[in-house]
Each structure stands twice: as C-alpha cells, then as structure tokens.
Design a protein around this ligand. Structure first.
Ligand code: FAD
Ligand code: SIN
Length: 525
C-alpha cells in the first residue's frame, strides 16, 4: 500500500501533536504512532513546563539558569530563542485547552525545581504531561485535516538509498521522501510518501535497565536518522533523574518529581543525615547531574541501593494538593509520606543529545525535521535544566511548522520508491533471542555506561555491543520485520552512539563523567 501526504508526523507526544495542529492549517497530515495515541514520555511528565510568566522572574534569569545547567555547552542563541518565545507557546497550549494550576488570587501557581533560581514551572498537580496530552489529542481528533493512525511503527525513513543510490557519508546531500511503516496489528508494511516528514519519536530510556520512560522510548527516530546517514550528536549526555522511587521489579520506575524537592523535601542517607551540602551549595536543588552523581557516590559508600527523600516536615495537606499522584503511589506501597522517608534511586530519564537540527528544526537530511526529545537543538548543552524539555518541544514544533508550511508546495513526491523488500525472510522461530539480547544490552549499558564511566568500562561495553550487534543484524537479515526486532536494533544503535560519543569526549562536563578524564576547564569543553 502506498499513500501520499503533505505532512507525515511520526510520534504523538507534545512535539508531534503540536506540530501537526499547526501544519494542518495548510495541507493534509498523516500522524502515526506506534502504540496507543497518548502513550508517550509526554504523558508521564510530572513537574511541569518552565516559562517566564511573572515578575520577579525575567528571561535573563531563565537563560542564565539554562546555561549554568548546560555546563558551558548550550548554544546561546538557541537558549535565548526558546526562553523568549516560550511564554507565547505556553499561552497557546493554554488556549488549546491545557489547564495549569492557579493560586487563590488567580495567578499561575509557579513551582521551582533543581537549577532554577525562580519559581517558574507551570504545572497541573503532579500530572502535567497527562493534561497536556489530553488537551492536544482532543484538538487533533477534532481536526478534519489530520488523520491519526495508532499501532503504525516507523521502520525506516526513505532516502536515495532506497532508490539504489549509494550514500557514502553523513555530509552528502540526502533527501527524505517519506517512511516505511509497519502496521503492528496486521503485520503489513506501508509506504508513505510525504513532502515533509517530522521525526518526533521521543527518548531512548530503555537502553538502560532502569528508566522512568515508558516502553515506547526505544530511540527509534535517532536510530532511523543515523542509519540514513543524518547527523546525530550529544548522545553521551544521558540524564539520570536523581529521584526515581526505589521499588525493585517495577520498570519503568515511578518518578518522584523534582518539584517535591522544590517544595522542600531533602535527600538523606540511611542514617538520616543530609548529604547534599558536601557536594553543592544548592544542596538538594542543585542541577540533576550533580545530585545524581552525589547519590551514586553515597550509594557506593553505604553499599545500599538507594537513599532517602524526606518530606515528613512539610505541610502534608498542601503536599497532597500539589502531589496527589505521588502521595497515592507511595501510599499504595505502604509508604506514608507524612511519617516515613521515601526510598529513591537515580534512573535513566532523558536523552539530551539526538538528531542534529538547526533553529528551524531542520535535520541534515532535506525535508526531514526533528523536534522534541529525539532532537538535539543545542538548548540543553551537557545537561538539561528541569522542565525545559516540554518547553523546547513547543517552541521548536512551532518553528519547524512555520518552516515546513513555507516550503512544502514546492516539493513533489518521489515516484521511484520501491515497495518494502521482504525477500528471503521468514517468521522467527525463537523470539527469545531478541529478549535475551535486549536484557544483555540493558545490563551492559547500566553496568558500564552509567552515571560514572571509565575508559575500561567503555571499551568493555563496545566489545560486548559488537557481538550483540552482529547477532541481531544477522537475525534482522533473515527474519520478517517486527516491532520487537526493530526496537532492539534501534536500541543497539543508540547504545553504540552513547558509547562512541562518550569515548570521544575526553573531559568531564555536565552529565558525562569518566573518572579517567580530567575535569573540563572552560577551554577544554
Ligand atoms: P514523546 O512524548 O515521548 O512522544 C514520542 C512519540 O513517538 C510517542 O507517541 C511514541 O509512541 C512515538 N514513537 C516512537 N517511536 C516510534 C516509531 N518507530 N514509530 C511510530 N511512532 C513512534 N519534561 C519536562 O519538561 N517537564 C517535566 O515535568 C517532565 N517530567 C517527566 C517525567 C517523566 C516520568 C518522563 C519520562 C519524562 C519527563 N519529562 C519532563 C521529559 C518530557 O516528558 C519528554 O522529554 C517530552 O515529553 C518528549 O516529548 P516528545 O514529543 O519529544 O516525545
Ligand atoms: C520532574 O518532575 O522531576 C521531571 C521534570 C523534568 O524531567 O523536566
């Protein structure tokens, strides 16, 4: 089956949905997503969306906080753009129907998180992402120009490679003509030709054994673009959230929002002592890289797999109003937040790098945009400031949409694209091989490429990865394509990119910490 559409959007999180709503005013939109419509990292966002709304906050302060968290590697122009355009984009979300909590006097109830010098996080209780996703999907479903398809899995983007032309390096002229999509309910492959394609496939948390990300986060977009020889950067900067709830056996991990620390909760050791003052003056509200490394160190010192978050001194009625979901989750596990400490542990949370894009979200592949967590815009540098991710997604969706609607009419459909070639493949007889390789991959990434790395561990990871890669490629070559196998392949690519880019970075900066490296001086970053 072959379809032609003006705009193909891959992903139904905040990035894909907000872009789709904008381009749909100008042409036909096919919005595809591999799971249910709302399943995305967006849905689980807790803390909120950072934006400058009221004095005493200023754009300058938000810019400064973002630059400090990014540890010298943010692109200043991008930071200025996102911060100054962000408030308007958040107002647009509100106009589209997303609700954010207000105080009794009618102003927005702005929360604070690590690395922020002001209260500037708009939120809806502790389920902000769920509310944003709800509001956007309602608009999408009501839009006559948008067709939303669930359980449609993007396998690869279509480029000159599929026309039989050889592409040698990343810098060559490459064009995206659309994508091959697998209907995971029927097993049928579709060819979709598009004038403009948006990659909005989110993160890759499942490259590690423990993550806050839902199962969809398998780095598909980054892997597809890397296979198509588009540029990808910053993959060594994987953000571990300091405070996932310690609950062995539960994966994805439940998040204890940073906003809980912003509300006054403090990190403590097993002996009940605060420890963050030994690592940073900002204590429990230091940027995430610092807090996660401090916890990692405390866990290594004690030999215990978690530390504690203490909220017992906080006004509990207010706590329940602000964090009803977190309160209820703890209660369901027998933890009374009013009287007991919450066990927490760092877990893989966010991919700061990704598909290299410019200020309009254009990737290095023509007619292909990337927005949201799968993109690397330069906003986050070496470490993302909390709650800047939803903001980045809405600002860049807008910019990419404006760029795409200006150009799409001049672009024709490529008529030489062949159907998906399934020749020589058969049904796999041992699916367990995929699961085993996935487990192995996640273990090696958690053991060797976690919060603290060493040269020897990185090398060991690369050696092991080569074996898993070889086995999986061989399986892919002879097996009928399936979501499970594609995701494994994509995660292997993500792991490879993290290890390669981590190995290449010889100074420690932001989230990248290799104990064999020197600490970065400003020149060395
Ligand atoms: P996603 O929302 O992840 O959407 C990706 C979409 O792509 C999904 O629909 C997925 O199914 C689809 N997809 C993926 N691969 C394919 C494929 N091959 N084919 C078809 N479809 C595909 N950020 C903040 O700013 N503030 C917060 O408070 C916050 N809290 C968070 C809490 C949690 C628990 C988590 C996990 C993240 C949090 N983040 C937060 C980060 C933020 O939620 C994400 O970075 C952001 O939502 C990403 O949006 P996105 O649209 O890029 O991707
Ligand atoms: C949180 O609520 O702690 C998550 C915020 C974020 O990842 O930006």
């Amino acid at each position: 089956m072959q379809t032609e559409v003006d705009f193909l959007v891959i992903g139904s999180g905040i990035a894909g949905l907000s872009y789709a709503l904008k381009v749909a005013q100008h042409g036909s939109v096919m919005l595809v997503t591999k799971s249910n419509a709302d399943e995305s990292n967006t849905k689980y966002a807790q803390g909120g969306i950072a934006a400058v709304f009221d004095a005493p906050d200023t754009y300058q302060k938000h810019v400064q906080d973002t630059l400090i968290a990014g540890d010298g590697l943010c692109k200043t122009e991008v930071v200025h753009t996102v911060v100054t355009e962000g408030s308007e984009r958040v107002r647009e979300l509100i106009a589209w129907g997303a609700a954010f909590d207000k105080t009794k006097d009618g102003t927005y109830d702005l929360a604070r998180e690590g690395g922020h010098s002001e209260h500037r996080i708009l939120h809806y209780k502790d389920v902000t992402g769920l509310e944003i996703e709800r509001a956007l999907l309602e608009k999408i479903n009501a839009h006559p120009q948008i067709k939303l398809y669930t359980h449609l899995f993007a396998v690869d983007i279509i480029t000159e490679h599929h026309l039989g032309q050889e592409i040698n390096s990343q810098s060559e002229n490459i064009t995206c003509f659309g994508a091959y999509l697998l209907d995971t309910l029927t097993g049928k492959m579709q060819t979709v030709l598009a004038r403009k394609t948006l990659m909005a496939t989110g993160g890759a948390g499942h490259v590690y054994k423990t993550t806050t990300n839902p199962a969809i986060a398998t780095g598909d977009g980054v892997a597809m673009v890397y296979r198509a020889k588009g540029a990808v950067n910053g993959m060594e900067f994987i953000q571990f959230h300091p405070t996932a709830l310690y609950n062995p056996g539960q994966n994805p991990c439940f998040l204890i929002s940073e906003a809980v620390r912003g509300f006054g909760a403090v990190l403590k050791t097993h002996n009940g002592h605060e420890f963050m003052q030994m690592y940073d003056d900002r204590k429990s509200l230091a940027p995430r890289d610092i807090v996660a490394r401090a916890i990692d160190n405390e866990m290594k010192k004690s030999g215990i797999d978690y530390v504690y978050l203490d909220a017992t001194h906080l006004p509990m009625n207010d706590f329940k109003v602000h964090f009803p979901n977190i309160y209820a989750k703890c209660k369901s596990l027998g933890i009374d937040v009013a009287t007991q400490l919450i066990p927490v542990v760092p877990a893989c949370h966010y991919m700061c790098g990704g598909i290299t894009v410019d200020l309009n979200g254009c990737s290095t592949i023509k007619n292909l945009y990337a927005v949201g967590e799968c993109a690397s815009t330069g906003l986050h540098g070496a470490n993302r400031l909390a709650s800047n991710s939803l903001l980045e997604a809405v600002v860049f969706s807008h910019r990419a949409a404006m760029h795409a609607v200006n150009e799409f009419k001049q672009i024709g459909f490529e008529n030489r694209v062949p159907k998906w070639n399934a020749e020589g493949t058969s049904q796999p007889n041992e699916l367990v091989l995929i699961t085993q390789n996935l487990n192995e991959l996640q273990s090696l990434m958690s053991n060797y490429v976690g919060i603290v790395r060493t040269n020897q561990r990185l090398k060991r990871a690369l050696d092991r990865l080569r074996i898993i890669y070889g086995e999986t490629e061989a399986l892919y070559g002879r097996t009928v394509v399936s979501q499970q196998l594609c995701e494994l392949r994509n995660l292997i690519t993500i792991a490879y990119l993290i290890v390669k880019q981590a190995t290449a970075r010889k100074v420690n900066v932001g989230l990248h910490y290799n104990s064999d490296n020197a600490i970065a001086t400003n020149d060395a970053k």
